[in-house]
Design a protein around this ligand. Structure first.
Ligand SMILES: Nc1ncnc2c1ncn2[C@@H]1O[C@H](COP(=O)(O)OP(=O)(O)O)[C@@H](O)[C@H]1O
Ligand SMILES: [Mg+2]
Length: 263
């Protein structure tokens, strides 16, 4: 059987006496679009940090496309085809959107970027990168933003550019940490529908952190991993999550509205 894009097995992370992640296990198949949801502080970003090699897990194993990455550095994991974004977006404010896309992501500041600067982008490989950058903006349906300064963008537009930047290396597995937090409803929905299309058209896998249950249930993800207090409450399709009592009890307010435990 083909290895999944991502397998997390018995992941545990302690910070001193605090157990932030407890026995977390789930997988992401190739071509799957999966949401990771749970209230603030429940261990979502810590899970990402362990998967991407920024934090060493206390226990457990992480495999990316069948390779055990538990002892690997972030750049080595990235070379397997996995890219992640961070909860707090940092763009180069004095650069244009297209220039931001040409800057490699953190932990990947390669000599080729210096080549871009020195050569004025005349190198064929860099011309390809420029083509790719415009293609990414097309995929995200924002080609008109190419020459705007990052400092002119709204918070939501900055998040989009950050997603675009993570797509520049043609990842086969994309981990996005709350890409629509603080983004206005219509743009947030557009970001999700674009991601849905990208997954369906290219067959890459996307794992996306979100803290609003009501929102994620309506965004066309294939499955949802529900976390609470460091543990997995359930993994299932949106329909299964909707009908699971335990989950509903964790999220249902007294007014009967399913909503994020935190917004
Ligand atoms: N580097 C760290 N050092 C100590 N505690 C941390 C660190 N990172 C996260 N935590 C704690 O771990 C818990 C989970 O945090 P986090 O994974 O950021 O939650 P989420 O992303 O779901 O909001 C929280 O109690 C947080 O304060
Ligand atoms: Mg977080």
């Amino acid at each position: 059987m083909k290895a999944p894009a991502l397998r997390v097995d018995g992941l545990r992370k302690e910070f001193g006496g605090l157990v932030a992640v407890k026995d977390v296990s789930f997988d992401v198949q190739e071509g799957e679009f999966i949401g990771l949801i749970g209230p603030n502080g429940c261990g979502k970003s810590t899970t990402f940090n362990c998967i991407s090699g920024l934090l060493e897990q206390t226990e457990g194993k992480v495999e990316v496309f069948g390779t055990d990455v538990s002892m690997m550095r972030p750049d080595q994991i990235q070379n397997l085809g996995m890219t992640r974004t961070f909860q707090h977006t940092r763009l180069w404010r004095e650069m244009t959107v297209i220039e931001n896309l040409l800057v490699p992501p953190r932990n990947q500041f390669s000599p080729s970027f210096l080549d871009v600067v020195r050569s004025g982008r005349s190198h064929p490989a860099e011309v390809n990168r420029l083509d790719r950058a415009f293609e990414v903006l097309d995929q995200l349906e924002v080609p008109h933003m190419a020459h705007n300064l990052a400092s002119e963008l709204s918070g939501g537009q900055s998040k989009l550019v950050d997603i675009g930047r993570s797509m520049m290396g043609d990842p086969r597995l994309l981990l996005l940490d709350e890409p629509v937090a603080g983004v206005a409803g219509p743009l947030a929905m557009k970001i999700f529908s674009n991601l849905r299309n990208i997954v369906s058209e290219t067959g890459i896998s996307v794992l996306i952190i979100e803290h609003n249950m009501d929102f994620i249930l309506r965004q066309g993800v294939d499955r949802i991993v529900v976390m609470n207090e460091g543990e997995i409450l359930m993994v299932g399709t949106p329909d299964e999550v909707r009908s699971n009592r335990e989950v509903i009890e964790a999220y249902l307010g007294s007014d009967g509205q399913v909503g994020g435990a935190e917004n």
